[in-house]
Design a protein around this ligand. Structure first.
Ligand code: GCU
Length: 330
């Protein structure tokens, strides 16, 4: 109900605006406007990719189809945007796979720490049949994945504690996403997981509500968390992709031609994003270091060891089977 009022209040009910009265040939397709809400700042490479995609949609449809991108949690947190998609109040969102877990069981797989051997393995799985299967696994929940964007590997950062092994995390409050898997991982490593939305994290770090968090280099820098954290510990525990999702209600209201056009624009933005991501990861890591953050490259062995219990918990389950299938991808 709260969510309903919030969305009504923001006058965003018209996720798709059908402009029936425009002076067009009778068989011309109606104008479509798709609103896309997400939580990242505008200098972030994933936001840039969505702006690129919106431009492609505009160009390919000669302005008949538009995607309007709302960054910085303007339309709500990732969880709220996902819920709005299910209700059909919002057309699209870009979310980390972590909050998707609460809606689509299979998404938990990305939260299994140290699952992927390296970037090449990660992309081989995501671009292959397993990746496609997971992307569409939310259709019965009214959530259709359109693509994965690269979100690199996530690592810890702390306000003032140098972390070399999981034992150094003991007693530290570590911000996590709205995700059971992230909570399990931080607990297994000895920290105290504290869920907070991305938009509230800067203040929470600044005011000492939490002692640290974890994320990829572009998010660490573009959200300016490096201003309030002195250590970035590259333990690279998870590779959670970013996912572009459309409400199946809205998807079904598009013609086949519009669906094809949108998917093409999305696919082109993926190529753009992966190139941009590679540059941004390097640039942002360098920039935070030059800005005074100490970069720590710990031995990952003890971190891997600490999260074994997270793996063991899934033995014999659907996620356990997915883990095995992913390990078999060479
Ligand atoms: C990454 C991801 C975001 C997510 C954020 C977080 O930056 O791209 O989608 O919101 O992590 O930690 O909440």
């Amino acid at each position: 109900m709260r969510l309903f009022c919030r969305w009504m209040g923001r006058l965003l009910v018209a996720a798709v605006i059908v402009c029936g009265s425009c002076a067009k040939a009778p068989d011309a397709e109606p104008e479509v406007v798709l609103k896309l809400g997400h939580g990242l700042p505008t200098a972030h490479p994933v936001h840039e990719a969505m702006v690129f995609m919106a431009q492609k949609v505009h160009d390919k449809s000669a302005g008949q189809m538009r995607v309007e991108v709302f960054p910085n949690e303007q339309l709500g947190t990732e969880k709220e945007c996902i819920e709005a998609l299910q209700l059909g109040y919002l057309a699209m969102t870009k979310t980390s796979s972590a909050p998707m877990e609460g809606f689509v069981e299979q998404m938990k797989i990305f939260g299994v720490p140290y699952l992927f051997r390296d970037t090449a393995h990660f992309w081989k799985v995501l671009s292959g049949p397993i990746g496609k299967e997971i992307l569409l696994a939310g259709e019965s929940k009214r959530l259709r994945g359109l693509c994965y964007y690269d979100a690199g590997a996530r690592s810890f950062y702390t306000k003032d504690r140098d972390i070399r092994t999981p034992a150094d995390l003991a007693g530290l409050k570590i911000r996590v996403q709205n995700s059971v898997m992230s909570m399990k991982m931080v607990s297994a490593m000895g920290g105290a997981p504290t869920p907070i939305s991305f938009g509230e994290l800067y203040t929470s770090l600044d005011q000492g509500v939490v002692d640290g968090a974890e994320n990829n280099p572009p998010s660490f820098r573009q959200a300016r968390h490096n201003e309030v954290c002195d250590y970035y510990i590259l333990d690279e525990h998870t590779r959670l992709p970013d996912i572009l999702v459309i409400s199946t209600r809205i998807w079904a209201s598009l013609s086949e031609g519009q669906q094809r056009l949108l998917q093409e624009a999305v696919d082109e933005s993926v190529v753009f994003q992966r190139r941009r991501w590679e540059e941004a990861e390097v640039e942002d890591l360098k920039a935070v270091e030059q800005g005074g953050v100490t970069i720590v490259r710990p031995d990952k062995g003890p971190f891997r060891e600490a999260v074994k219990e997270v793996w063991d918990e899934f033995a014999g389950t659907e996620i356990g089977t997915l883990i095995e299938r992913i390990q078999e991808v060479l």
